[in-house]
Design a protein around this ligand. Sequence first.
Ligand code: PLP
Length: 403
Amino acid sequence: MFPLAERVSLVSDSITLAVTARAKAMKKAGIDVVGFGAGEPDFDTPAFIKDAAKAALDKGMTKYTAAPCEPELKAAIADKFNRENGLAYLPENITTGAGGKHCLYMAFMAILNPGDEVLIPSPYWVSYPEQVKLAGGVNKILRGEEKNGFKIAPQQLEAAIGPKTKVLILNSPSNPAGHAYTPEELRALAQVALNHPRLIVFSDEIYEKLVFDGLKFASFASFDPKLLDQTLTFNCHSKSFAMTGWRIGYIGGPTPVIDAINKLQSQINSHITSFCQPAAAAALTDPRGAESVEQMRQQFEKRGHHMWERLSALPNVTCVKPQGAFYCFPNISAYFGKAISGSGPNITDAISFSSALLEHAHVAVVPGNDSGFATHVRLSFATSMEQIDKGLDRMAEFLKTLT
Ligand SMILES: Cc1ncc(COP(=O)(O)O)c(C=O)c1O
């Protein structure tokens, strides 16, 4: 046995990856699997962004850059935060990382001491608790309820804050449930944070552009200038600009934290990929960026409505209407205790439900277990209407066989 570090065992094996791997293997074997597992847009990166990267390569931008990025990108990000989010960040309040995930990890590493508590509303994005554990922190889950659209109430937050609480994570619009706070609801949570000036809020705003039904997105720290001192605002190019593979993320926050993150980053990965930097800046500054985001948003809105209507029409399935991102998160627990045509192993939770759905109906979904909800599954609508209909037809037939 190779002697690994203990920290590796802190991290749970990803159920999501296991299901995705099985779906991939089935596809490779020629099986027509409908994939609702993807956490990425099915659109290509807009051409003008790719062109900016190609031009940077042609100009020879293939060497080390300033860390964590060139000043032009920092300025473009600070300007974006000011213009679009009402956040008075200067370039020194900005850092970048290799995607939103890397930014969050660096921030946990820069902030948490052993035993510090992190409040995570559920259902949550799978990597938050794992990153917290790696950074020595302790997860405290604030359970969201389906009947409240999975949103936590200010009183619930107030009651959860204790002497060891250091960080609260907010993710609106959310992965995996697609729920999003209205500006008023967010303002009420912000008031609680203001009453606890030592609380640090990680506001994960990576789905900010993908909001539906006229919902207005508000950035958490925009409600009061004092919040800028206790908030880290996370964003990335992955979802808005269909750039998941580029690995570009960024953070706005108080300079002492940004400097600390940069200190860590300088010893770990130096900076984000050189020729991606001008492309990342172009996405934020060129008006074509906003246009392409809006086109994608409209598609997601249509698909989201359609998928939600079809899921809600399934017998004994309930589903909160997605307000943003590109996920539906239906409750399938009414089928627990049943088996296919009454024989074979019983379905006991979202994992066994997802495996049976994949094996028997060739539809890939993500069990909610890794997100704190073993009663729900996540379906991504970052796929075509045809695939949505095909997958939902199959799911409806599959449910009929469960007795
Ligand atoms: C809520 C949330 N935060 C952060 C990330 C990480 O994004 P990136 O792909 O830029 O690392 C994801 C990706 O799925 C996410 O859903």
